[in-house]
Design a protein around this ligand. Structure first.
Ligand SMILES: Nc1ncnc2c1ncn2[C@@H]1O[C@H](COP(=O)(O)OP(=O)(O)OP(=O)(O)O)[C@@H](O)[C@H]1O
Ligand SMILES: [Mg+2]
Length: 508
């Protein structure tokens, strides 16, 4: 007898339909899985066999062939346990039910418990796209599955529930939507704690409003890490589409907690500088998203930038430009999105006090040069705003004057981002930083004063074409914070000033 059960597979973030076809014939007992199964899928045999027995049923005798179609795409993970289980029961005639409008996914324990798997959000979205009415998923993924509307999502803790449903007509409950994920533990970090530093705060506001990359240079204890840790508190609200995309990536990486439904706060990833290039970009035999993709629609913070390996820095170049990263493997190549805002922090030299207003730097000119040259030129060129964080002045530090709160900064950021979303509606990007080069001139109209200033800066500073585009995009954001449609001289002046540090330190 033959049966076919709907399921889904994942290639990167892209889900595709999978059919678990089961053929049971009367010959020598055997149990085989074909259709390019990975190791976890091959081991499915033992789990499914035990689960059937431990549910009090006899494992069917005969030769069982399971084909996971399409047969030319490699299948990985344990999510096919449940569809194979259902396929065997129907092929053996132990279960008579119409499964054509349902899909199944989940790992089984030997006793028949249904265990959590990765990537449930894109898989359930795919089930909906296939026009199915029901999808059965592990209970541990219920919050994530419940995000998808327009399809009945049934969470299962044990296959017995499924058997009771089909054999005894016991109704199953659909997954309940969970409001949103719990607030992050560090959500109490607020810009109100940072005394003074108005210049740095302004630059961070501009960066957050337009999604621009930013580099902070300053001596030890100047407050670079302190400022960076507060960036999440001023990031603009996520749109629903951004939330879905970011949640998909975290789902595929298996990083969503059981209670987490949709990610509604922009991610802030701060990998340690010992991270490998593959850890940043993504990799492994079954390529998993790396830190840059986990930071999609959020922030990638690189503290102590020169300490990162040269290879790690190089690997960032193309993804920063393209907003996506392609990982090649023998089994094929995968593309993950990584449209992120890169924030980097560094000391200006090994001792940390080069350029300090009072303390003397003990490094030789050579050592300073060597240290700074660890940051490659092309990477530096991609960081739109460069700011110097000077140690906070004494009178600011001890002042009792209240500093502006993150909530109030965030209001301006949200307003500026809202303008951008309206302007770029339907164009496939939503912030100034992602404005593609050919569209820069169209969306960044300048008045005469602005044009004159920019052309002078271009000549005197020897800017690259990329730097020119990036300055225009930052000016666009500064104008948006000003609610101005046309970019004027002062907007350009501020943006150009954020490009002057590479000349001071790197002599570019
Ligand atoms: N503007 C400020 N207002 C209040 N506290 C500050 C300020 N600047 C620095 N501090 C205090 O100094 C501490 C050290 O700052 P932080 O760790 O951010 O320095 P850093 O610039 O990252 O130094 P390093 O280069 O050594 O990493 C902060 O945790 C904070 O307590
Ligand atoms: Mg620091």
């Amino acid at each position: 007898m033959f049966s076919s059960v709907n399921s889904m597979g994942l290639m990167g973030l892209r889900a595709y339909p999978v059919q678990a076809e089961v053929d049971l014939s009367q010959s020598m007992p055997a149990f085989e899985i074909v259709g390019l199964p990975g190791a976890a899928v091959k081991e499915s045999r033992d789990r499914v066999r035990s689960a059937i027995r431990n549910c009090g049923m006899a494992f069917p005798l005969g030769k069982i062939i399971v084909n996971l179609s399409p047969a030319d795409v490699r299948k990985d993970g344990a999510l096919y346990d449940l569809p194979i289980f259902m396929g065997i029961l129907t092929a053996a005639g132990m279960l008579e039910a119409d499964l054509s409008d349902s899909a199944f996914l989940g790992e089984l324990s030997l006793s028949g418990e249904v265990r959590r798997v990765n990537g449930v959000l894109p898989l359930v979205l795919q089930a909906k796209e296939m026009g199915l009415r029901n999808v059965f998923i592990p209970e541990g993924n219920a919050a994530e599955g419940a995000v998808v509307k327009g399809i009945n999502v049934y969470p299962l803790a044990h296959v017995q529930q499924l058997l009771d449903h089909y054999f005894k007509g016991q109704p199953l409950e659909t997954a309940k939507p969970v409001p949103t994920e719990p607030a992050a533990a560090d959500s109490f970090l607020d810009f109100a704690d940072v005394k003074g530093q108005s210049g740095a705060k302004r630059a961070l506001e501009v960066a957050a409003a337009g999604g621009h990359n930013l580099l902070m240079i300053g001596s030890p204890g100047a407050g670079k890490s302190m400022l960076a840790k507060r960036i999440p508190s001023i990031l603009p609200e996520m749109t629903f589409e951004e939330s879905i995309e970011t949640t998909k990536i975290h789902s595929v990486a298996g990083l969503l907690s059981e209670q987490a439904s949709l990610i509604t706060q922009r991610p802030f990833r701060a990998p340690h500088h010992t991270i490998s290039p593959a850890g940043l970009s993504g990799g492994g035999t079954v390529p998993r998203p790396g830190e840059i993709s986990l930071a999609h629609n959020g922030v990638l913070f690189l503290d102590e930038l020169p300490e990162f390996s040269r290879d790690a820095m190089e690997v960032l170049r193309q993804p920063i430009e393209d907003g996506q990263v392609t990982i090649s493997r023998v089994s094929g190549s995968l593309t993950y999105p990584c449209s992120m805002m890169v924030v980097a922090a560094m000391n200006p030299c090994p001792c940390g006090y080069y350029g300090h207003p009072v303390r003397e730097c003990t490094c030789s000119q050579n050592a300073v040069g060597r240290y700074l040259s660890k940051v490659s030129g092309p990477l530096l060129d991609r960081l739109d705003l460069h700011i110097e964080v000077a140690p906070v002045e004494y009178e600011h530090l001890v002042s009792t004057q209240k500093e502006e709160s993150s909530a109030s900064i965030r209001q301006r950021v949200n307003a500026a981002r809202h303008l951008q979303q309206q302007r770029y509606q339907g164009l496939g990007f939503s912030c100034n930083a992602n404005l593609p080069a050919p569209a820069v001139n169209r969306f960044c109209p300048m008045d005469d004063g602005a044009t004159a200033l920019l052309s002078r800066a271009f000549d005197t500073m020897g800017l690259s074409a990329r730097a020119y585009d990036r300055i225009l995009k930052v000016s666009r954001t500064i104008a948006d914070l000003d609610s101005a449609e046309v970019i004027s001289r002062r907007h350009i002046a501020e943006a150009v000033q954020y490009r002057s540090l590479d000349r001071k330190y790197w002599n570019r």
